[in-house]
Design a protein around this ligand. Sequence first.
Ligand SMILES: Cc1cc2nc3c(=O)[nH]c(=O)nc-3n(C[C@H](O)[C@H](O)[C@H](O)COP(=O)(O)OP(=O)(O)OC[C@H]3O[C@@H](n4cnc5c(N)ncnc54)[C@H](O)[C@@H]3O)c2cc1C
Length: 439
Amino acid sequence: MTHARSTKQASDVLVIGGGLAGLSAAAHAARAGASVTLLEKAKDLGGRASTQDRDGFLLNQGAHALYKGGVGRTILSALGVDTPGGIPSTAGGFALAGGTKHTFPGGFLSLLSTGLLSWSGKIDLAKVLATLPRMDTTPYDRLSVTEAAARLSRNSEVQQLLRALVRLSTYGNDPDRQSAGDALAQLKLALDQNVIYIDGGWQTLVTQLREAAVAAGATVVSGCRVERVDVNDVGIEAHAGADVFHARSVILATGPREAADATTGVLNETLRAWADDAVPSLAACLDIGLESVPEPRSNFALGIDQPIYLSVHSAVAQLAREGHGLIQCMKYLGPTESADPTKDEQEMEAALDLVQPGWRGQEIQRRFLPKMVVVHGLPMADRGGVAGRPGPAVPGTEGVFVAGDWVGSEGMLADTSLASGRRAGELAASRRARVAAAA
Ligand SMILES: Cc1cc2nc3c(=O)[nH]c(=O)nc-3n(C[C@H](O)[C@H](O)[C@H](O)COP(=O)(O)OP(=O)(O)OC[C@H]3O[C@@H](n4cnc5c(N)ncnc54)[C@H](O)[C@@H]3O)c2cc1C
């Protein structure tokens, strides 16, 4: 059966996917003078950076923190995107180990007083933390987190704590394979400048990024799922239902598997290989909205002998109505764990019982996301860390680029999406200039 096709206008650059990577790509390509069309399959933009309003509780897709000194914030700022919010503190926070809570060793005094570490562990940790700010992390790129922790300290308590801090700063729970160089660099970034919890949730960033892209001339279409991308001698054709979008370049700003699924031929082979190679980091997320927070001074806890995190995000940023509280809990899922959502949820509830006793009587909102992809491509030691990630240009296929948190050699987490989006947008726009000059 043949479908009647309504051909939409042609663009220089077609961006598929309206998360942070796609919006960054669209804004940068449009700013560089290209005509840009962005297609997003969902009704709303933002992907994993979107925020859901549930009775005044503003729920990100799991706990989200923007790295204050990261490349993502630099990119946002250059696009005129504000990052309003608050900076969390580990003061008054807890380290959870052996089924009890200990003072979190986030500073000199708390390190002295915590019952988490033995005296020799405290001395060792103080030494590691003192060397970290000046440390060149590149020699650790091809070492795993487990190997690096053993090099940095012979004390097993300190090694365990370092692995927990890496989970906290990278969301990676694959210590035997994850690149230590990038993990330590990210930990340095966290210790040096901390993070921002964004007022209104990350939708605040998404809304402004869209505005930046549109102000630069990009057309943004949501509710438009691209089923197939064809590359031929004339250019690119993207098929979405009855519509065909033509362009000189395409930026696939989706997950690696979605990008592969939408393509055929040699392009499909390359993208399929990249998708098979990418190791995701996964998390179970539990968000609890409270009538009021039982222990207002206990805002943070990190599991040391279990991969658990919890933080009262509403204590730092505007994410709930006055007086209400929003706690975001997470379990960093490891590569070998078999999925057991009920157990994961119960472990997070048990952590809440320790840190916020009485929370159960205050609960008025709950959302459980059993298996979220935090990033599609965790930097791996055997590939040399971020330097081993693919793209943005797809070799052997003119005019095709990828962007996302699995692409390119800059940054971690959302910073990678924004940075690869910038690079892909600039490359696609410069190709348009070259094609135009040759014509
Ligand atoms: C639980 C959790 C916690 C996180 N915490 C942090 C944090 O603290 N700090 C941090 O920096 N990062 C964090 N992240 C990571 C961050 O959210 C992501 O890296 C970032 O949002 C990914 O953006 P993206 O554009 O690359 O991908 P996505 O947001 O996945 O966007 C891809 C878009 O493509 C669309 N799409 C897919 N296929 C098609 C198609 N065929 N046609 C049209 N559209 C399509 C999708 O609908 C989606 O909107 C966290 C992520 C999670 C899940």
